[in-house]
Ligand binder design. Structure first.
Ligand code: DX5
Ligand code: ZN
Length: 218
């Protein structure tokens, strides 16, 4: 299977959201990456349910929702209702991660767990079998347009080993600072999915940029 490209809607033009969603629909992207920030878990507020519903109305691809919020359990059913296909919570925001993951699956969504840059991969050893996706943050969550943290490669290798050893089917997704300089190495190291915000939407031709990321034309 070739790697998945997930453009981050956080970098889209919110005044022309439908236009940017249709651009992603037409492109070779696989998923819509949708960042929800609460101003508590991270120092920024993005958008909530009404905007996600509006995205869903036009989006023809998988809705990959990344929650950067405290106490995500409160909203699991609501995210299903507004159209999430994959729901990713932060390891650092969950006291009872196993319960949270089961609740996401019970709602009929794929369950993901995200790790901040300082959180070692090893904390997932006893839950990796239950996960559909692990999202490794390659910047500190909260903002688009930050620089990629090089330690990410080491985390991908460790996680890839853990996944293989355990027989887990979890995908490895990388989020933050993904661009033409690191995409190929990320995939070669073991990433299955690449999120890209600014690199796609700030480029001259976002559809072409998505194509290049998909085919690693660098
Ligand atoms: C950051 C978000 C990312 C962000 C990535 O907290 O989780 O998904 O949109 O943006 P870029 O690709 O610009 O780093
Ligand atoms: Zn994200």
């Amino acid at each position: 299977m070739s790697h998945i490209i997930a453009p981050s809607i956080l970098a889209a033009d919110f005044a022309n959201l439908q236009r940017d969603i249709e651009l992603v629909n037409r492109s070779e992207a696989d998923w819509f990456h949708i960042d929800v920030m609460d101003g508590v878990f991270v120092p920024n507020i993005s958008f909530g349910m009404p905007v996600i519903s509006a995205i869903k109305k036009h989006a023809s691809k998988t809705m990959d929702v990344h929650l950067m919020i405290v106490d995500p359990d409160r909203y699991i059913a609501d995210f299903k209702k507004v159209g999430a296909d994959i729901l990713t919570v932060h390891y650092e925001a969950c006291n009872h991660l196993h319960r949270t993951v089961q609740a996401i699956k019970q709602e009929g969504m794929k369950a993901g767990v995200s790790l901040n840059p300082h959180t070692p991969v090893a904390v997932l050893a006893d839950i990796i079998q239950d996960l559909d996706l692990v999202l490794i943050m390659s910047v500190n969550p909260g903002f688009g347009g930050q620089s990629f943290i090089e330690n990410t490669y080491k985390k991908i290798s460790e996680l890839r080993q853990m996944i293989e050893k355990s027989g887990s089917r979890a995908l490895i997704e990388i989020d933050g600072g993904v661009n033409d300089k690191n995409a190929e190495k990320l995939v070669a190291t073991g990433a299955n999915a690449l999120v890209a915000g600014s690199f796609v939407f700030r480029s001259k031709d976002p559809e072409q940029t998505i194509h290049d990321l998909k085919h690693l034309k660098y």
